[in-house]
Ligand binder design. Structure first.
Ligand code: SF4
Ligand code: SF4
Length: 175
């Protein structure tokens, strides 16, 4: 390789890098403190309304990777056999079929996607857990052990993409 040409190419790449450093708005977020507002219909963490569930098992039958197992709980007037879905997020591909095919609108998906865990068993969510997660998303972080990364300086904020002539930047917004 010609050393002079290699030097000129390096200088050229540095010039391009510097140009973008000062002229293009920052496109990344300070995740996890800063989160992007996701569009309606985003397929993330599931949420179950146990009082609407009849135990019909259609969600489990429609799940392509068989991530749903029906488990026994106390029967209710609506769910006489006391069968409710348990979801193993180790296998879930977030296709949304279970939500789509639930005839009683008992299953939903939330805009929560950061399901990192230290122990893979923590990705197995029983029905009671799936029920609580909408009201209290914090339990997801407590249950998974992810809350350990939340320091006293933790300040959560949301951001949404703003399209500019030079690219996309993220404007912080309060939720
Ligand atoms: S969540 Fe819906 S599809 Fe699944 S068992 Fe309950 S009612 Fe049936
Ligand atoms: S989103 Fe798809 S893969 Fe995940 S539990 Fe529902 S049906 Fe199964």
């Amino acid at each position: 390789m010609n050393p002079v040409k290699a030097f000129i190419d390096s200088v050229k790449s540095m010039i391009v890098g510097f140009k973008y450093l000062f002229t293009v708005p920052r496109m990344t977020l300070k995740f996890p403190e800063q989160k992007m507002v996701l569009p309606p219909g985003y397929r993330g963490q599931h949420y179950l309304e146990m009082d609407k569930c009849t135990g019909c098992s259609i969600c489990a039958m429609s799940c392509p990777p068989r991530a749903i197992t029906m488990v026994k709980r106390d029967p209710t007037p609506r769910n006489k056999r006391g069968l409710f879905p348990l979801i193993n997020f180790n296998y879930c591909i977030y296709c949304g079929y279970c939500v789509l095919f639930c005839p009683f609108d008992a299953l939903h998906e939330l805009d929560i996607h950061d399901l990192a865990v230290y122990d893979r068993d923590k990705l197995i969510h029983p029905p009671e857990f799936l029920q609580k997660v909408k009201e209290n998303p914090e339990i997801l972080y407590e249950y998974s052990g992810m809350n350990v990364i939340r320091t006293p300086r933790w300040k959560e904020e949301y951001a949404e993409p703003v399209f500019t002539r030079r690219g996309v930047k993220h404007e912080p917004i309060r939720k």
